[in-house]
Ligand binder design. Sequence first.
Ligand code: C2E
Ligand code: MG
Ligand code: MG
Length: 643
Amino acid sequence: MIYNIHYDVCSIAISILTVICVLTTKDIERQENKAFLLIVMNGLLSGIFDIASAVANSFPAEFPRFTLEGLNFMYLVLHACVAMQFYIYIRLNGGRDIRFDLRHPSPYMIPLAITLAVMLLNPFLHWVYYFDENLRYCHGPMIYWMYASGGIYILMAFLDVAHYRKTTPWKRKALLLAFIAAGLLTVVIQMMFPNILIELFMQSVVYLGILVSIDDEDATYDLVTRVYNRKTFLEDTQVRMASDSKFDIIVLKLTNIDYYRNSMGIETINEVTYDIAHWLDSLDKAAKVYDLESGVFAFRTDTQDEVLTDALRDILNEQFQLDWIHQELAIRFNVQIAVVHIPDDVDTIENLVSLIDRQYVSTGRTRIVEANEFESFRREAAVEQVLRKAIEQKLFKVYFQPIWDSMTGKIHSGEALVRLIDDELGYISPEEFIRIAEHNGTIIKIGEIVFEEVCRVIRDRNIEELGLEFIEVNLSAVQCMQHDLAEYIIGTIDEYGIDGSQINLEVTESVAVQNEELLQNSMDQMRKRGITFSMDDFGTGYSNLQKVFAMGYDIVKIDKSILWAADEDFSARVLLESTIQMIKDMDRRIVVEGVETEEHRNTLKHLGVDFLQGFFFSRALAEDEFVEYVRNFNHIDSSGQEG
Ligand code: C2E
Ligand code: MG
Ligand code: MG
């Protein structure tokens, strides 16, 4: 009987080609590439032994018994290893931890261990194969175990990809699944038709497929420094985070690299960053170095080892205390070094990225960003999560703070103030979360929630009857920059069927000055519908009063800090008085906020301030309480009559 060896010859040819490609184009320092190389080498050797054993099996009488046994043994053992290698490769490729270390056996090695044991015992037990009295090669019952063990590894590889499906980019996932399917198919075909020796051939084609499609080297590495790029960093880190590994990331930022790029030219700086990247790379073999953007490197340790990480950080620190020497040039980089422990410091890729991209203030040449600086960041990240949750689950409440009219002695309006209470973080002040919401864009949604709630209250509560002229609503800087702000506001008041004059929008002083034209435009449109405007926080920025008044604010709200400062010293008191006088001269109405004492009230009333707002009257109240408060204060009975 002569085996058909053509497929094997092709398989060997393809494997040789693949090995050459891997050696010339891949970075075999990279674990997954190393694993891949081993698989292909195995395929190559299997092919050779397959041919050799096929020849020997066809002419068994020509070969010594030992050679006959040995060739078949080698082929089957190599062949048995490939499935596990494939599994290891799939895991490594997904960025998962897997160690092949015989001193620390892992459960995943069990099927292969059984196979090897059976193979070693085969000369005595003949469970896998044997030679009958005519020296014909025959299969024993355990040959099926060989297929089963291959099947187990392929199944494990599949489960692995399935388990991490959420964090694997879809293209990679599709490819991995295709390869797994191809692997499975070869095992099945081989089992059903043992005489068609296409298995190795199929395998080598699969490897070639992996080679050309899974790793696109240019997309993996930075073109200048040739270490991994930002995209690889994100992918690698994300999968490692998802698999719950612990590791450290050291971020090195050359903060003044732009200065050197401008003065020394791009070419030179490219060479320098190349050198720095490879210097970093040489520090620890097990770690990976990434070029995140020009002059920003991330160094990822393999495991979490405090001593090692501290040592690395110190090496970086010491290195950049000195000048970086490039040819004859001595370059004085200013650097920032931050050590991030994953998952203790951050546990999502989004947070890690914002932490890395963050600007940290620095003064000296080298600056180590301390872990406690992440604290504020962590708080911010936590608040950010709460914001998203609050939007989804409608957890925001709108409260109203009464504003008192000094002429009539009644409550004249109320300012809508957003409130947020979280189960875990408790009360979160808008001072804190509005800024964060402005950064991540959720402010738009929050603004809408507040505005619509205000419209609803105006519609349901008949505020006119309560003696309220309007409700003040704060606009954030981001809302003021929206082109369709007026459209939205007008559309909403129409939807609720309320009158524009029942709304007064508060714009912060700094915004009012920055986005003059766009804002002016929106304000003009809204003003046509009767909406009025207040300038909020007056006195905290640098306003060009002429401009501001030209924009037609109806009311100016003097910031509480101005009032409180006046309590403390004489010149601040003069400032408060002259500010009030100046606004009055310009014929605008004035609100002073932060009125906490009777003395405040008396002084401000005496100075002719129109409206007062502050804890002396009331804090912001929930809808029902607010209505109740105003009703009592303004002596309105529930039929709407003034008492
Ligand atoms: P703001 O618009 O200047 O609002 C006045 C702030 O001063 C409110 O703080 C109010 O509770 C507080 N306040 C009033 N009288 C007194 C007083 O007598 N003593 C003290 N200690 N505080 C007083 P709150 O509610 O914490 O809001 C802070 C800031 O957050 C607001 O300042 C406003 O800029 C922003 N904000 C609140 N709600 C919203 C909203 O719905 N949208 C937007 N964009 N910003 C909002
Ligand atoms: Mg306000
Ligand atoms: Mg204010």
